[in-house]
Structures are given as structure tokens and as C-alpha cells.
Design a protein around this ligand. Structure first.
Ligand code: COA
Ligand code: ZN
Length: 310
């Protein structure tokens, strides 16, 4: 039985500017995005996935990521990251001043093909090139997002040995490189016990110096906060979440966004876990995010009368 003693602190990675904004079909004005990001930073967010360097034809909403990086890159104490699907994206990210590259590969073949249009092995080969590039560039870090680590919309439940295969190959290439690995519940269908099982088994097999673990979850089945907590109690030191629970997909009924940062924060505060984020200010940021045209939000705390939230 793993201890339920809360950790002293957890790092929250705010992903509304990437996973949230990308769910809105019509490109938002860059100034609107900047207003939301500024409010998130005012609330104390110190890790932010600010966007992605992907094909603007695939996701037009992300086309202004470079401009956003330019606006916020010199904020002291802010750890900015951006998602990339290939070497081209990593190079663009570095050229725009990003120092933490989030490389995405899905564990399931069919999801990887539908997301980045190539096989898992092709994505892993390109990861090797990204790693070489990062090794040549001082002060850079790698975050590996393993999509569909629990469930795939096409193939169903994903067992941990399949994650192990992809992770094992990635870690062999990344030897001695500081790395954060995020197990991603892309569909939000994982259960807390499955999350605990994957973290336990994969950490037993792969723990090494300089390797940190993270969880990226969606709240589609209402498990977002519980899954994040189980991940934290089984070794994750960072959790992705999106302010206001912004996300979902206008073409996929029932899909919802990432776990709402404010809901997760409330649970963590209950255990005295330090995140550096101020809840009332985060709720103010959530109001801005929720007012964006075309966005779908899903947050419990935003529905509670403000005077009851402290
Ligand atoms: N950033 C910007 N442009 C890129 C790019 C990148 N990382 N990678 C490729 N491109 C451009 C190419 O230069 C090419 O441009 P052109 O048509 O003007 O010549 C075009 O995109 C297509 O390139 P190609 O290599 O043939 O890619 P593809 O059409 O097979 O698409 C991806 C592959 C990965 C680029 C595309 O599917 C993608 O960007 N997916 C992002 C998915 C995503 O963000 N999902 C959500 C996050 S998990
Ligand atoms: Zn996601």
C-alpha cells in the first residue's frame, strides 16, 4: 500500500494555451491569448505549455505560437515549453527561444498515424534526431509526451507493456539526458487504479537519475482529479492541467478538455501541497479563458459561489 502522505509540493504545468486553445477551431486573436496567459502568470503559474510548432495546415490555431513565446520568454522564473511532432517542430521551437521541447508520440500505432501521420517507429527515429539536436544546444530540456498511454480511441485499453516498449526505446536514445516523461491519458478513459499500475510498473523498470515523471489527463469520464492524485502518489512530480478545463473537440461529442487546474489545485490544497498558484487569482484567469469565443469549458470550481472557495 503506497502512502497517502501528501508530497510537500507538486509542479502544475498549465496547458490551456496548447491543448485548450487548439480545441477552438477559429483562430483566436493573439492579443486575447496573451491576456489569458498574463492572467495565468499573475496567478502564479510557473510552468506553461504555450503552444505547439506543428503544421499550420493541421492546426491553424497554433500558428502564432512563436509570437506568444516572444511575448513571454523573458519572464523571470517562468519555465515555458512547446509541443512538437517532429524534428522540424523542434528546430522551430529552439529558433523561437523555447528551451523545453515537448515531443509527442503515441503508444498506439493507429493514434500516432492519425495524429502525426507516421508510424510509432518513424516517430521514435525522429525523436533520436531531436535528442541529438538538444544535446548540441546547452540549457535545453526534453519532455516526452507518451500519448494514449492508457487508452486509444481506435484500439481501446492500452496495457502497460505496450507503453514499456515505446518508453524503453526512447530512454535508450536519451541516456544521460535529463528528461521528464509524461504518461498521457489522451481520451480521459483511464481509471485511478490503471494510472497507479502503469506508474508503479514503469518506474520500477526505468527509474534513473535525471528522469522525472508526469501525468497528462483529460476529464472526459470525470476521473481527472482522481487520476492526477493517484499519479502523484505513485511517483509523478508534475501534472498537466488546463485552466477552466478548456478543451474538447467540436467534432467529437462527449470529449472534454484537460482536468481543470482549479479543481486539481483545490484537491492539492486540501493536503497542504505547495504549487505556487493562488486559487482566487486562478479563478479570475479561468473567467477570462471561459469567455473566449468558441471554447468549451468544464470546471467544478467555477460553478461554486466564489465566496465558498478559498
Ligand atoms: N511545424 C510547421 N510546419 C511543419 C511542421 C512543423 N513541425 N512539420 C511539417 N510542416 C509543414 C511542412 O513543411 C509542409 O509544408 P508545405 O505543405 O507548405 O510544404 C507541411 O507541413 C506538410 O509536411 P509533411 O512533412 O508532409 O507532414 P504531414 O502532412 O504528413 O503532417 C505533421 C505531419 C506532423 C506535420 C502534422 O500532422 C501535424 O502538424 N500534426 C500536429 C498534430 C497535433 O498537434 N496534434 C495535437 C497535439 S497531440
Ligand atoms: Zn491532451
Amino acid at each position: 500500500m503506497t502512502s497517502l502522505t501528501p508530497p510537500a509540493s507538486v509542479e502544475i504545468v498549465e496547458v490551456a494555451p496548447r491543448d485548450g486553445f487548439q480545441s477552438i477551431r477559429d483562430p483566436l486573436p493573439t492579443a486575447e491569448k496573451q491576456r489569458c496567459i498574463a492572467a495565468l502568470l499573475d496567478a502564479g503559474v510557473t510552468r506553461l505549455e504555450i503552444g505547439s510548432f506543428v503544421s499550420p495546415k493541421a492546426i491553424p490555431q497554433m500558428a502564432d505560437t512563436g509570437e506568444l513565446v516572444a511575448a513571454f520568454a523573458d519572464r523571470p522564473g517562468l519555465r515555458l515549453s512547446a509541443l512538437v511532432p517532429n524534428l522540424r517542430g523542434a528546430e522551430l521551437a529552439l529558433d523561437h527561444g523555447i528551451r523545453e521541447v515537448v515531443y509527442v508520440v503515441s503508444v498506439s500505432e493507429s493514434h500516432n498515424r492519425s495524429n502525426v501521420r507516421r508510424s510509432v517507429d518513424e516517430s521514435l527515429a525522429d525523436l533520436g534526431r531531436v535528442i541529438e539536436r538538444l544535446r548540441q544546444t546547452e540549457g535545453t530540456r526534453l519532455r516526452l509526451d507518451l500519448g494514449t498511454s492508457f487508452d486509444c480511441p481506435y484500439e481501446g485499453t492500452i496495457d502497460w507493456p505496450r507503453v514499456d516498449r515505446v518508453l524503453g526505446e526512447a530512454l535508450t536514445m536519451a541516456s544521460e539526458l535529463p528528461l521528464e516523461v509524461a504518461l498521457c491519458d489522451t481520451t480521459g478513459r483511464a481509471s485511478p487504479y490503471q494510472v497507479a499500475d502503469h506508474f508503479t510498473r514503469l518506474r520500477e523498470r526505468h527509474a534513473r537519475h535525471g528522469l522525472d515523471w508526469a501525468f497528462h489527463g483529460h476529464d472526459t469520464f470525470g476521473m481527472g482529479v482522481a487520476n492526477a492524485l493517484f499519479a502523484i502518489h505513485h511517483g509523478a512530480t508534475a501534472v498537466d492541467s488546463a485552466c477552466a478545463g478548456l478543451g474538447g473537440c467540436p467534432f467529437a461529442p462527449g470529449a472534454t478538455g484537460n482536468t481543470a487546474t482549479e479543481d486539481l489545485l483545490y484537491a492539492l490544497q486540501g493536503g497542504g501541497v505547495e504549487t505556487g498558484i493562488d486559487l482566487p487569482r486562478l479563478l479570475a484567469a479561468a473567467d477570462l479563458v471561459a469567455a473566449l469565443p468558441g471554447g468549451q469549458t468544464a470546471s467544478h470550481l467555477r460553478q461554486v459561489p466564489r465566496e465558498r472557495v478559498s
